[in-house]
Structure formats: C-alpha cells, structure tokens
Design a protein around this ligand. Structure first.
Ligand code: BG6
Length: 486
C-alpha cells in the first residue's frame, strides 16, 4: 500500500448532507480516511441539510447507515463523530446562512472545501451564497457532483454561474470513475511501460471495446432517471472519460492541465454522430422483465407504471478522427439490468499479417489486452501459444493474467476516498475541466438530436441478458463481437 500522507486541517462542508450520496458514499469514504489517520484532530465535516434535526440526531442517522457498511465498533465511530457537525437552513435564502457563518468564524486559516451533493439546479445558487455571505477563503474549493447539466446549454449556464464566484482551478467537477484505482492504472500501463506505446495505433489495433455493465436496475431513482437515460447518465461522463484515457496522446507530465489538454483533444476529435449516422452507429435499449440471480425482476416500464422511451442501455460505435485512430471503431456500451456487473476495456489487436500455421490446419486468434475495471481489477493479455507435446503444432489462445488483488493484496479504496483527498490537497488533475464537460456535452447533444429527429425507438432486452440483439448486429456488420457477450 502506498504511504498515506496526512492532510492539512480542513473544514469540508457537504451541501445535501442528508442525501443518498452523502450518507452512502461521502461519509463512509471520509470515515475510512479518518480511520487511516489522514485527518488532523481539528478537521471538521459540516453537513448542511434542510431537515430540521439536531447534531445528535444527524450523528445517529449517520451511525445507523455507516456502522453496518464499514464494519466498525462504537468507540471508533464515536471518535469519527466528533468531526461531524450539522446545520439546517434553506440555501436559496441568503439571509438564512447564519448558522454556517457562525460555525466558520475563526476557522479561516484551514482549508475550506464545499461539496455540492445536490441537484445541479442548485449549484449556481449555492456558489453565490458563499460569496454573498462572505464565506469564501482565498484558496477555497468547490466540488460539483455530476450531472453538470443535461445538455451543453445547461452545463454552460452552470459553469458560468459557478465561475462567477470561483476560479476554474478552485472548481472540482467529479467523475468518480477517474478515482477508480484501475482507471488510474491505465495511465501507468500506457505511460510507465515502453511495451505498449508502439502498438497503440491504428496500424496494430483493430478496435476497442469499453463496457460498463450493471446488474442493478434503476430502483428508487426512477423518476429522476426517466428524464435522463443511460446516454446522459453514463456515457457523457464515465465512458467518454475512459475513452479519452485510452485514446489520448502521451501527456508531457502528470500535471493537471497536461493530462486534461490531451483528453480534450480526444473529445474534440470525436466524429459527430448526427441524424444521418445514429441509426447505424447507436443502439438504444430498455430492460423488460427477466431473470436476475434466479429471481424474476420487473421491467423498466412496469417499475415506472407507464410506458417510457428512456434508454436504460446504449451502445455506440464511436470514432476518433485523428492520425493515430482513423478508422478504428471504439465501441461503447453501458446498461442497467445486464447479465453481470462487469466493466472492462478490451483492446483488440489485428490478426497476424501472414498465416504460417495453416499447413498444420491451425488458426490464430488475434491478440487482445483486457483492462478489467470491476468487479475484479486486473489486466489480461491473450496470446497464442503452442500446446506442449510432440506431433506438430497445436495452437491455443492462453492468458497472461494479472489480478491486482492477488498481486498487491490490499483493500482497494473507494473512488470517492481518493477524490476527496485530492480535493483537500487542492489537486484538480483527476477532475473534469470546464471545456472537457462542455465538449462532451456537444457530442452527446448531437446524438440526442439525431434520436429525436429519426425517432429512434428503444429496443427491448430481457433483464439478465447482455442487452438488445441490435447491439450485436451493429458489431457484426464490421465482423466484430462483444466481449463478454452471448
Ligand atoms: C453513476 C450513475 O454515476 O454511476 C449510476 O449515475 C451508476 O446510474 C453508477 O449506477 C455506477 O457507478 P459504479 O462505480 O458502481 O460503476
């Protein structure tokens, strides 16, 4: 395990402190960092909510959610709870911020960070609230949780509003995929090894697949999700960020802007998928009732209690129009209620240029490199090998398998743990810059417009399957097949 460096004293203010994100993700992540002794005694977590409860009642609420999730005992929780504070007021009412102002007086020299775990419609107003109430410190940070808007125009409006109060280097836009250990390992794989770079190009790579598959359905977020769909929820951020890390040119350093400049160039090079291309380059799906873990689960429309045209699955054939990647398909797919929780990037290499084993009746399968993101993080390279023994060549694909858990044998910190520490350290490298978010939205907006104009329907797929058949047909047209797939 890498050495843990303590963080300077801080006040972390979580707006939306009673919400699902705060209770299920942020507080447990902070608890782990506290338990690993990264926080000084005077560092505080100040939750802001609209629910009128006392600090003691808030701590009790957190305790019942946290204790089973992090397997801790009472005494450990009590130490952590000393850091927890709570105040309630309506953030839209700028005259009502006194409880927070009172809490912050005298703490101006500490790192001050605000985490907006609220709907994006509140981002601008809350940012302004800090300014109007004179609660800003010189190197204060503000964290925006995704989604940043629902299209380019709304994202720009939010960025303008927050940007009117905070400098760009103070704004941390979260994409929690960038905090995942294996996603960062992609940088190490590509740029700490000389082996891959000469192969990382159109002459050698046939196509790339990026899959983020979930078993869970939409559950209790369905009202919110029905206005959003998989393209906005997952592709605009997580899948495009993964694509950027695979496709970008080597940055000159790990400096925040060096990496983000390279990612931006990829986003700008994405071939637009407009009305003329959506039918052949995208598939929309929605789960119907099916079997998951040996139980029958309801379909999306039945959960919603009405028919819906929202996609819970999307597959896209994307292309990066530049010298390195011209003509190489990047297949992206993500969906709810699929056959397995499975996130993977597959780099599929081209076949050998000349077959010398045909006289022995032996076929060679092209090599592939898999970067497994979840649930089992690791790297797998498939190569052809000769089966041992006399009697000529018997060829067989075999795997060189690296499991991170077996190799490093440690608990992998949750993505939010790493990202929160980066916020407190003031390092924005793992966060999305304004131009990245807006460029990603422009590309997504074209697809959505194309869907609307061509009235592209959602294709039904059985819960527990690998998605609609049309997604396999899309790859089959180019002689490709999904990995994993039916
Ligand atoms: C979130 C999406 O950003 O990512 C959710 O809003 C999705 O719909 C989640 O379930 C997936 O994250 P992870 O880390 O479980 O792959």
């Amino acid at each position: 395990m890498a050495q843990l460096i303590p963080v300077d004293p801080f006040d972390l203010i979580i707006v939306g402190g009673n919400g699902d994100l705060a209770v299920r993700k942020l507080i447990p992540s902070l608890f782990h960092r506290h338990r690993d002794k990264q926080f000084s005694d005077d560092s505080r977590i100040i939750a802001i909510g609209r629910v009128e409860i006392s600090r003691a009642a808030y701590i009790k609420e957190v305790k019942s959610a946290l204790m089973p999730a992090v397997s801790t005992d009472e005494s450990e929780f009590d130490l952590f709870s000393d850091r927890l504070h709570y105040c309630y007021f309506d953030v839209n009412d700028y005259g009502a911020w006194t409880p927070l102002a009172d809490m912050l007086i005298g703490h101006e020299r500490k790192i001050r960070a605000v985490y907006l775990a609220t709907p994006p419609s509140l981002f601008g107003a809350v940012a302004a609230g800090f300014k109007i109430n004179k609660l800003m410190t010189s190197d204060m940070r503000i964290v925006l949780e995704k989604p940043i808007g629902h299209d380019f125009v709304s994202a720009k409006a939010i960025n303008d509003q927050v940007g009117a109060c905070f400098e760009e280097n103070q704004i941390f836009r979260i994409d929690h995929y960038l905090g995942k250990e294996t996603v960062q390992n992609l940088l190490a794989l590509r740029f700490a090894n000389s082996l891959f770079e000469p192969l990382w190009r159109r002459e050698v790579i046939d196509h790339v697949q990026i899959t983020v598959a979930e078993v869970l359905g939409v559950e209790n977020r369905i009202e919110f999700y029905n206005d959003i769909g998989a393209l906005r929820d997952m592709v605009q951020n997580h899948l495009l960020q993964l694509l950027c890390l695979v496709a970008m040119e080597p940055p000159s350093s790990l400096d925040d802007d060096a990496v983000r400049d390279e990612k931006l160039k990829v986003l700008r090079a994405l071939k637009p998928i407009g009305t003329d291309l959506v039918k052949q380059s995208t598939v929309r799906g929605q789960y119907a009732s099916g079997a998951v873990d040996d139980a029958v689960v309801a379909g999306y429309a039945a959960q919603l209690n009405e028919p819906s045209n929202t996609e819970t699955y999307v597959a896209i054939k994307a292309e990066v129009d530049n010298w390195r990647w011209s003509g190489v398909p990047f297949y992206l797919r993500t969906g709810k209620r699929l056959a397995a929780k499975h996130s993977e990037i597959v780099i599929q290499f081209k076949p050998v240029p000349h077959a010398i084993f045909e006289d022995q009746n032996q076929q060679t399968a092209p090599n592939s490199l898999s970067i497994m993101l979840q649930p089992n993080e690791g790297i797998k390279m498939t190569i052809m090998s000769k089966e041992p023994g006399p009697g000529g060549f018997e060829l067989k694909p075999v795997s060189l398998d690296l499991s991170f858990e077996e190799t490093f044998g440690v608990r992998y910190p949750d993505a939010y743990e790493r990202l929160l520490i980066e916020v407190l350290r003031g390092n924005p490298a793992l966060f999305m810059r304004r131009d990245e978010v807006e460029t990603a939205w422009r590309w997504i907006d074209q697809i959505i417009l194309g869907w609307e104009q061509s009235q592209q329907p959602v294709e039904s797929y059985l819960a527990g399957s690998w998605g609609p058949a049309a997604a396999s047909v899309m790859l089959d047209r180019n002689g490709h097949a999904w990995t994993p797939g039916e």
